[in-house]
Design a protein around this ligand. Structure first.
Ligand SMILES: NC(=O)c1ccc[n+]([C@@H]2O[C@H](COP(=O)([O-])OP(=O)(O)OC[C@H]3O[C@@H](n4cnc5c(N)ncnc54)[C@H](O)[C@@H]3O)[C@@H](O)[C@H]2O)c1
Length: 267
């Protein structure tokens, strides 16, 4: 039997990149899938591609009523919600380039980033959890980031938002675990989506710091998310699981040591 047979999965921020790969994979594993996104044309095209077990719903993660409508639309279409994947984030380079240092960041950029990247996860969970409890339980997956685990020279709001996602994940796991709800975060490293390809300089900075020969793709996150969504992960909750090619798994000086050893061997 497919791993997500008889489950209804909502992907919030599912039109492109990681969310799209997860939506495709959830459907391939037997789930009925609701793709929420403000890029509705792309979300609809994806739902059409998946087939009758998928629908697209226009929603804006910056708007509480819109998030409520996404959850209610899923229940209206498919009867319940078993999996909620909070995946949305502000990924546009135009906005991220203004997400600078603590002293320089415009407060509007901070507020907008926290609102979309964290508050929308709280609200999606707030509206979905009562339906999940009625259904006997569920799985919430929150897309965080390596950026939520360490400091950086810029992207202060993005990093803080992704750290908050990990804490929110633990709070949900604690508060609703006995009612059958599991909640886990995924912390991707560089995943070569369209959003990430917009920032080739950042990608090249990170390249010497991963342990695998190549960067991951959206399907790598989809594999992990599908497992977390399924009953096979029934004893896993409250975790932040990295899918990052080992980016944060080594001594900080590793790249320098590798380079020095290669130079010594060449001489
Ligand atoms: N790609 C990476 O390397 C990487 C690394 C770490 C974490 N992540 C995280 O993975 C998730 C997906 O990122 P991605 O790389 O696939 O980017 P993406 O831009 O392809 O995906 C984001 C999706 O959210 C939608 N969206 C953005 N703002 C919205 C809003 N206000 N309302 C509704 N929809 C909105 C976009 O239309 C898009 O479909 C994000 O949470 C991101 O922070 C990505």
């Amino acid at each position: 039997m497919p791993r997500l047979a008889n489950k209804v999965a909502v992907v919030a921020g599912g039109a492109t990149g990681i969310g799209a790969a997860c939506a495709v994979r959830y459907a391939a594993e037997g789930a009925k899938v609701v793709i929420g996104d403000f890029n509705i044309d792309t979300a609809k095209a994806l739902a059409d591609e998946i087939g009758p077990n998928a629908i697209a719903v226009r929603y804006d993660a910056a708007d509480a009523d819109s998030i409520k409508n996404l959850i209610e639309s899923a229940v209206a279409a498919f009867g319940t919600i078993n999996v909620l994947h909070n995946n949305v984030a502000i990924t546009s380079l135009a906005i991220q380039s203004q997400d600078t240092t603590v002293v320089d960041i415009p407060i509007e950029i901070w507020n907008a980033t926290l609102n979309v990247n964290v508050t929308s996860f709280l609200l999606g969970s707030k509206y979905a959890i009562p339906h999940m409890i009625k259904a006997g339980g569920g799985s919430i997956i929150n897309t965080s980031s390596d950026s939520g685990r360490v400091g950086d020279v810029v992207r202060t709001a993005y990093g803080a938002s992704k750290a908050a996602v990990i804490s929110l994940t633990q709070h949900i796991a604690v508060q609703y675990g006995l009612q059958g709800i599991r909640c886990n975060a995924i912390t991707p490293g560089v995943i070569l989506t369209g959003a990430m390809k917009e920032d080739p300089a950042l990608v090249e900075f990170i390249r010497p710091h991963i342990l695998t020969p190549n960067f991951g793709g959206p399907e790598d996150i989809a594999s992990l998310a599908t497992f977390l969504a399924s009953d096979e992960a029934g004893y896993i909750t409250g975790q932040a699981i990295a899918c990052d090619g080992g980016h944060l798994a080594h001594q900080p000086q590793m790249a320098d040591v590798r380079k020095a050893m290669a130079e010594a061997n060449a001489n």
